[in-house]
Each structure stands twice: as C-alpha cells, then as structure tokens.
Design a protein around this ligand. Structure first.
Ligand code: ZN
Length: 147
C-alpha cells in the first residue's frame, strides 16, 4: 500500500515537473548570415546572435517587438543581445549600400538618344521615341513634329 502511494506521488511529481518545464521558443532568421549557438530558447534566456557585416553597407536589424542591444565586435561583426520572450522570434536585417549611387548616371535626358541633342540640318528629334527625323511626322512612331 505504501509503495503504491509513493509511486503515485512520484508520478505526480514527475507530471508537475514536466508540466512546469518552460516551453522553448524558436529563433529564426529572415536572411542568411546570422550566427547563433542554438535556435531553441526558454523564455527569459539570454540570446546572443552575431552577424558579419561589410563596412560600406548600413544595416538595420529588427527582432519583431523585442528590444535588443546592438554591439560590434571586429572579429565577429554585429552582436545582437536580447532576452527570449514567450514567443517565437524572427530576426531580420535591412541593408543599404552607403556608396553613393546616382540613378541618373547612365540615362540621358528624355528625347535625346545618341545624337548629342543637336539635330543635323533641319531635322528634329522626336520627343516621343528619340528618333531623328526630317519629315513632318516621326518615321519611327508617327509623332507629329513639334512646332
Ligand atoms: Zn518618334
């Protein structure tokens, strides 16, 4: 009889313990490049993630609604530290190259293509398609010669 009780209490204790064990939540990443020692964390557990960066690029990290500390280590890259919340967490990063990029560098102003913008003779450049013409209408698209 006493043995049975002990077994029942033991079983109850085990059930309680397993029931109270903190559920673990998954850490996932929107893009490759993040490094972490593991991907399952209990709520309240300290999480540390590193991310290698390039110096000519700006990075903005976001971890859902989780507040995090951002640090930099020259050997490991950016270090993100936060406390695991009671839900799954996804870490993402937005990147922007800081090298100046001029979107107009390779396109020419409208209506001029390859002629340098100076019509030869009494020709004209079609404002619609850029074709050089001499008649009343564009030989390429039919657009009327501008006055
Ligand atoms: Zn035209």
């Amino acid at each position: 009889m006493r043995t049975t009780w002990r077994l029942m209490i033991l079983a109850g204790v085990i059930l309680m313990l397993t029931g109270c064990l903190p559920k673990k939540y998954r850490l996932s990443f929107e893009s490759p490049g993040f490094r972490t020692v593991k991907t399952l964390y209990a709520p309240g557990e300290a999480v540390e993630v590193s991310y290698r960066i390039a110096t000519d690029t700006d990075y903005w990290f976001h971890i859902g609604d989780v507040e995090f500390e951002q640090d930099y280590d020259p050997r490991r890259g950016v270090i993100l530290r936060f406390t695991m919340p009671e839900h799954d967490v996804t870490i993402g990063v937005d990147r922007k190259n800081t090298m100046t990029f001029d979107p107009d560098a390779h396109s020419q102003p409208d209506g001029i293509s390859g002629t340098g913008g100076v019509p030869s003779g009494n020709g004209w450049i079609c404002p619609e398609c850029g074709e050089e013409n001499s008649g009343k209408f564009c030989s390429e698209c039919g657009h009327a010669r501008p006055e």
